[in-house]
Design a protein around this ligand. Structure first.
Ligand code: F6P
Length: 320
C-alpha cells in the first residue's frame, strides 16, 4: 500500500483533528502518502482531495471541529454517487481509507466496500457515543464536560432564583451525554431514550425535593427522549414551580478537546493506519476497558450500544 485517504463524516466531534493528525503523521512515518478528503463523502464524490504533509496537521491537536470539514452527503446514499466516489479513489491511487465518524459513516463505507471493494478502517467519532464495540467515541468526553460546565453555571442562577431548570442536551437516539453529564452535574432526574420516561416520577421527585427545602432542581433531557420545552411546560403546569428551559444545542460539540479525547483520538487514528498497512480491511477500531481493539465492521454494526443502567440507577439514588 502506497497511498491512503482520510476523511471526517457526519457531525463533527472535538478530537477529530487529533485523529487526523495521528493518521497523517503515522502514515508518513510508515512511508505512505496521505490524501485528505474534504467534506466527507461529498468531497469523495466531488474529488475534493488534497495531499497532506507533516505541516498540514501542525497546530491542530488542540482545536475542536475538523480541518477536513464534514458533511452529511445525500448523493453518497445513491449507487451512482458511490460509483463516482470509487472512481475518484481509483483515479488518484488511494488504496485504503480511514473514515472518522459515526455509525452512519461506517455504513456508508461498508457500502463502498461491498460495491467497489474499497478498503477501509473506521475510527469512531461522535459526541453521541452511540457506536458499539467501543467504550468511548472521540468527542464524547469533551461534550460531557461542556454540558457539565453549563450545568454548573445554570445551577448558580437556579439557586439564586429558586427555580427548576430543564436542560436539553444532544443525543439523537442515545442518552450517553445526558447520563454522564447528569450524574456528574448532580441532576435530579435524567431523561434518556433508552429508558421509558415516567413524568409522574419526575414530578413526584421535584415535590419531594421542594418539601425538604431544595433551592433548585435540574432535569437533564436527551433530545431523543423528548422536547425540553414540552417537558418544561408540563412541569410548570403540574407543579406551578418557576421553570426555565435551556437547550444547549451545538455549543456541546465545540471547543478545545479534552486531554482524554485527544489521547484516544491519537491512539485510534494511529491504529487505523497500522491496520491498513497490515493489509486489514473492513475494520473498526475502539477502546475497551482502556485497551485498543479492532473489530470486523459487520460484527460491530450488528451490535447494540447500551447505556449503563447501574450508572442510571446510581444517578437517581444520589439525587434523591
Ligand atoms: O453528532 C451527533 C449530533 O450532535 C446529535 O447529537 C444531534 O442530534 C445531531 O448531531 C445534530 O446534527 P446537526 O449538526 O446536523 O444539527
Amino acid at each position: 500500500m502506497k497511498r491512503i485517504g482520510v476523511l471526517t463524516s457526519g457531525g463533527d466531534a472535538p478530537g477529530m483533528n487529533a485523529a487526523i493528525r495521528a493518521v497523517v503523521r503515522k502514515a508518513i512515518f510508515g512511508g505512505l502518502e496521505v490524501i485528505g478528503i474534504q467534506r466527507g463523502y461529498s468531497g469523495l464524490i466531488n474529488g475534493e482531495f488534497r495531499e497532506m504533509n507533516l505541516g498540514s496537521v501542525a497546530d491542530i491537536v488542540h482545536r475542536g471541529g475538523t480541518i477536513l470539514r464534514t458533511a452529511r452527503s445525500e448523493s453518497f446514499r445513491t449507487a451512482e454517487g458511490r460509483k463516482k466516489a470509487a472512481a475518484n479513489l481509483r483515479a488518484s491511487g488511494i488504496e485504503g481509507l480511514v473514515i472518522i465518524g459515526g455509525d452512519g459513516s461506517f455504513r456508508g463505507a461498508r457500502c463502498l466496500s461491498d460495491e467497489h471493494g474499497v478498503r477501509f478502517v473506521g475510527v469512531p467519532g461522535t459526541i453521541d457515543n452511540d457506536i458499539p464495540c467501543t467504550d468511548y467515541c472521540i468527542g464524547f468526553d469533551t461534550a460531557v464536560n461542556n454540558v457539565v460546565d453549563a450545568i454548573n453555571k445554570i445551577r448558580d442562577t437556579a439557586t439564586s432564583h429558586e427555580r427548576t431548570y430543564v436542560i436539553e442536551v444532544m443525543g439523537r437516539n442515545s442518552g450517553h451525554i445526558a447520563l454522564e453529564a447528569g450524574l456528574a452535574g448532580g441532576a435530579e432526574s435524567i431523561l434518556i431514550p433508552e429508558i421509558e420516561v415516567n413524568m409522574d416520577e419526575v414530578i413526584e421527585k421535584l415535590w419531594r425535593g421542594h418539601n425538604r427545602g431544595k433551592l433548585h432542581s435540574i432535569i437533564i433531557v436527551a433530545e431523543g427522549a423528548g422536547s425540553g420545552l414540552e417537558i418544561g411546560r408540563l412541569i410548570k403546569e403540574k407543579t406551578g414551580f418557576d421553570t426555565k428551559v435551556t437547550i444547549l444545542g451545538h455549543i456541546q460539540r465545540g471547543g478545545t478537546p479534552t486531554a482524554f479525547d485527544r489521547t484516544i483520538a491519537s491512539r485510534l487514528g494511529a491504529l487505523a493506519v497500522d491496520l491498513l498497512m497490515a493489509g486489514r480491511d473492513r475494520r473498526m477500531v475502539g477502546v475497551i476497558s482502556g485497551n485498543l481493539q479492532d473489530f470486523d465492521i459487520d460484527y460491530a454494526l450488528s451490535q447494540e450500544k447500551t447505556v449503563n443502567r447501574s450508572m442510571y440507577e446510581l444517578a437517581s439514588i444520589l439525587a434523591i
